[in-house]
Ligand binder design. Structure first.
Ligand code: ADP
Ligand code: MG
Length: 256
């Protein structure tokens, strides 16, 4: 038995995905996916490799155009909007593979996320920032426990530290909804708990998350509600314990 049982909050929907389809040439990556994310909750998104999870994030963020279906943020239809507009609506994400600017310091990596759609990268780093931004960047770096590395090149970080840096970077614009793509994949076990705790702490402060994750202990610990995808479709959804013990979900991972 788990000590803490998280319960899906009764709250308005902040992000809604309805019947989204996406193909790449002849390959159907998403074949009509629906998800609903409520204000203040943590939604787990699971499914075997190739299920379409990252593609769904890319569709939400406007990186890919959906072939069919609609996506709403707080009731606003954002289907087909540019990524910059979606970021402005309060959604941000991390990538499955940690992405950092290796030559820039940890501090600069967070900073460049602050102004990426109106200024050049180099300009942002060279021109410095106002005190408020500087303070915020330092707070975020501190929050993910990278303060001792703040002036080191990001290229020197371990995979886990890069993932923590990515989380800090997504937060600099103070998004309401954060999409995390496999935040603990490839991360040293010692850092997995740090990442899990960071997610829970940020959620306590009211931030909403959608977390793609293969580590089922992490999914159990953080999720209020879980969607399982397979072959680009919804397989099942519900409270974590129920979804993780569903035969179809187990088969999708281990079957055949
Ligand atoms: P998951 O994140 O669940 O592992 P993905 O969303 O990355 O799955 O991929 C779903 C399917 O779409 C896979 O078969 C993958 O190869 C394919 N796919 C994803 N992105 C592209 C792309 N840009 N071009 C072609 N195929 C893609
Ligand atoms: Mg993926």
């Amino acid at each position: 038995m788990s000590e803490t049982q998280r319960v899906r909050p009764e709250a308005p929907t902040v992000l809604e995905v309805e019947d989204v389809h996406k193909s790449f040439g002849g390959l159907v990556a998403l074949d009509g996916v629906d998800i609903d994310v409520r204000e203040g909750e943590i939604v787990g998104l699971i499914g075997p490799n190739g299920a379409g999870k990252s593609t769904l994030f890319n569709c939400i963020m406007g990186v890919y155009r959906t072939d069919e279906g609609r996506i709403w943020i707080r009731g606003d239809d954002i289907t087909g909007e540019y990524t910059s507009q979606i970021v402005r609506s309060g959604v941000s994400r991390t990538f499955q593979m940690a992405r950092v600017f290796p030559e820039l310091t940890v501090r600069e990596n967070v900073l460049v996320n602050q102004a990426h759609d109106d200024e050049s990268l180099v300009g942002t780093v060279l021109s410095g920032s106002d005190e408020e931004t500087v303070r915020r960047v330092e707070e975020l770096v501190d929050f993910v426990d990278l303060d001792h590395l703040i002036d080191e090149p990001a290229g020197d970080l371990s995979t886990g530290q890069k993932k923590l840096l990515n989380i800090a970077s997504t937060l600099v614009r103070d998004p309401d909804v954060v999409l995390l793509d496999e935040p603990t994949a490839g991360v040293n076990p010692a850092l997995v708990d740090d990442i899990t705790d960071s997610i829970l702490e940020l959620n306590e402060e009211g931030r909403t998350f959608v977390v793609i994750e293969h580590d089922m202990d992490v999914i159990r610990k953080v999720s209020d509600y879980v969607y399982a995808l397979a072959n680009g479709s919804n397989l099942t959804s519900g409270p974590p314990e129920a979804v993780l013990s569903t035969d179809a979900v187990l088969e999708s991972y281990f079957g055949e």
